[in-house]
Design a binder for this molecule. Structure first.
Ligand SMILES: NC(=O)c1ccc[n+]([C@@H]2O[C@H](COP(=O)([O-])OP(=O)(O)OC[C@H]3O[C@@H](n4cnc5c(N)ncnc54)[C@H](OP(=O)(O)O)[C@@H]3O)[C@@H](O)[C@H]2O)c1
Length: 283
């Protein structure tokens, strides 16, 4: 899918000029590229891929119109921005094997826990490095991502990163010191909500609903409640108040949640996961 002259909006003009490389074409690399291509945030004719497992890169190239290359070095040589989508434990080793190039690209890392300074140490202190924390709902274009920029990153670089992430959900820029909290909230958050959906469905099954119907009702309830918060721009406490009538069913359920310390437990989950992200970043 090539861009035509009719696609030359101001946004696309910037994208047109940025040749994008992707190293690591697994779950997140694939989701980010598919979203970016679908939203025309990148021109697939100027996207270059490599993965240690070449079939993954070949398949992603086939799906998007990008080009799979034979090595990371070839990808770096062709790229103005490089999206690094390998696992954190593979990242520094992979970066250390990249060739030196005269005009290094903008490096965009999505590796959990790896700090901008550790990436700059591996890439050279003048490198332009952006650190991103996406989450897996990016796979269905419902991601929640945050990013932080290193000292060498300019506004055009940041806009490029913003637009790629926007293609697969919402995105916000934060100071790097807040990225561990982002990890504890939206990075790990989908797992908390899967647990909540499962538990809601189990409650329905306990009270006599068929399993498949209970799961569908639970998942749609969570999706619908989230949309209410997002679309109506209303504080969740107000929305809760609107559906809680005196002596009714909802206040009875809410009372049980309070007795089980539901809110305190979620707050503690975010705090504990944030601390764990900080620990992992130091190890
Ligand atoms: N999935 C999530 O929930 C999530 C959320 C936020 C951030 N992230 C971050 O996203 C990154 C990617 O995660 P993922 O879930 O997409 O992982 P994944 O599906 O395992 O994809 C990573 C890919 O990179 C390949 N690879 C490893 N070393 C390589 C190298 N030196 N050169 C080229 N390719 C290489 C791997 O190949 P092999 O399998 O053959 O090694 C694999 O295909 C991680 O850093 C993770 O921290 C993930």
């Amino acid at each position: 899918m090539a861009l035509t002259p009719f696609d030359l909006s101001p946004q696309n003009v910037i994208m047109w000029m940025m040749k994008l490389g992707i190293i690591g074409c697994g779950k997140m690399g694939s989701a980010l590229l598919k979203g970016a291509v679908q939203s025309k945030s990148v021109n697939p004719a100027e996207v270059f891929l490599h993965d240690a497992f070449s079939q993954l890169a070949n398949q992603l190239a086939k799906d998007t119109g990008a080009t799979a290359l034979g090595s990371n070095a070839e990808v770096v040589a062709k790229s103005e921005a490089l999206l690094l989508c390998v696992k954190p434990q593979d990242m520094l080793n992979m970066l250390n094997q990249l060739p030196d190039i005269a005009e290094p690209p903008l490096f965009i890392s999505i590796a959990a826990g790896l700090t901008i300074s550790s990436l700059e140490d591996a890439l050279g202190s003048n490198s332009r490095v952006v650190r991103v924390m996406p989450n897996t709902p990016a796979l269905v274009s419902m991601g929640a991502s945050a990013f932080s920029r290193g000292a060498g990153v300019n506004d055009e670089d940041a806009k490029f990163v913003h637009d790629i992430l926007k293609a697969v959900g919402t995105v916000t820029e934060v100071p790097e010191k807040q990225l561990d909290a982002v990890t504890g909230l939206s990075g790990s958050g989908p797992a908390y909500i899967y647990t909540a959906i499962e538990a809601l469905a189990d409650g329905g099954v306990l009270m006599g609903l068929p399993k498949d119907k209970a799961l569908m009702l639970a998942a749609q309830t969570v999706a619908g409640a989230a949309e209410m918060v997002l679309q109506q721009d209303e504080h969740p406490a107000n929305l809760r108040d609107q559906v809680t009538s005196p002596g009714g069913t909802t206040i009875a359920g809410l009372s049980a949640l309070e007795a089980g310390a539901f809110r305190a437990t979620l707050i503690e989950a975010v705090r504990t996961a944030t601390h764990r992200a900080t620990e992992l970043g130091k190890s």
